[in-house]
Design a protein. Structure first.
Length: 298
């Protein structure tokens, strides 16, 4: 069984479905409201667990109703929560999400996620040392992200840096990552580059290998030489929330099979994830990914 450690955020997603997005100062009637577990760290942990990995999560929740519900849901997915702090003086993180026309707009309030520390990451070093891959995102403090990158590099464990929400990072940090997984907009911000510059040129300028997601178009990846395209899959889109997290989780789970196979399977998993409402609602099982790959062979 592949062993994955995820260092990242844990949120409760407050999801409103509407016919369209609202403008400034405007009020419209929504069609549906639900609360669903989310946060990029928790999402990636759940996605990896459903794909058959042994998963441990490093993060923080508040000791509140949302926090207890979030921990219960993660435990039900057989995720190791021994390194998830439960803070009694802080609320759990939330994300307010509006879904319209298959797209989404998101406002994240970090709360407990902002309290994840390098010391907490260091306390998980035994888990990281025995992992097959580590996933980290940027909804937690950057010093905790750096600590994750350095620990993974120290133990020779591949760290996948999902650079979202995007901001410019030092090249020295990026060089510690085995792969960075932005979209085109995020890659430009990450490198401090012109967002209109061709993404393939940006991929070649990055100081580490890049796996770049392109939505329905699929993904591009580069280790050496020219970037290579992996096509997407034809699916019915209900809610794209969590598709990137599913992609990253699958990339980590299948990385031992080689990057081209891992990217192909990650595209399939991400495509399946958009078929239901909520970030974790449509995250697929390994069997579902294998079935889609048989139906739409590359």
């Amino acid at each position: 069984m592949t062993r994955i450690v995820v260092v990242g955020s844990i949120n409760m997603d407050l999801v409103t479905q509407a016919s369209r997005f609202v403008g400034p100062g405007e009020t419209i009637l929504g069609e549906r409201f639900i609360t669903v577990p989310g946060g990029k760290g928790a999402n990636q942990a759940v996605a990896a667990a459903r794909l058959g990995a042994e998963v441990a999560l490093v993060g923080a929740t508040g000791d509140d109703a949302f926090g207890r519900q979030l921990r219960q849901g993660l435990a039900a997915e057989n995720i190791d929560l021994t390194r998830v702090a439960q803070l009694d003086d802080c609320a759990s993180g939330t994300a307010s999400i509006t879904v319209a026309g298959g797209e989404n707009q998101i406002i994240v309030v970090p709360a407990a996620n902002a309290r994840v520390t390098p010391a907490q990451v260091e306390q998980a070093q035994a888990l990281i040392a025995r992992a097959d891959a580590v996933l980290v995102q940027m909804e937690i403090p950057l010093d905790a992200v750096e600590a994750t990158l350095r620990l993974g590099h120290q133990f020779g464990v591949p760290v996948i840096l999902n650079s979202a929400p995007a901001q410019k990072l030092p090249a020295a940090w990026l060089q510690l990552a085995r792969y960075v997984t932005p979209n085109q907009h995020e890659l430009a911000i990450l490198l401090g580059a012109d967002p209109d510059e061709d993404f393939r040129t940006l991929m070649q300028r990055a100081p580490c290998p890049v796996v770049l997601t392109r939505g329905a178009e699929g993904a591009w990846y580069r280790e050496q030489g020219e970037p290579i395209h992996e096509s997407g899959f034809q699916v019915n889109v209900v809610d794209s929330t969590g598709a990137g997290d599913t992609f990253n989780a699958a990339l980590a789970v299948f990385l031992h099979e080689g990057l081209p196979i891992a990217v192909r399977k990650a595209c399939a998993a991400a495509a399946l994830s958009v078929g239901k409402l909520g970030a974790q609602g449509g995250m697929p099982t390994l069997r579902e990914v294998e079935a889609l790959l048989m139906q739409q062979p590359g």
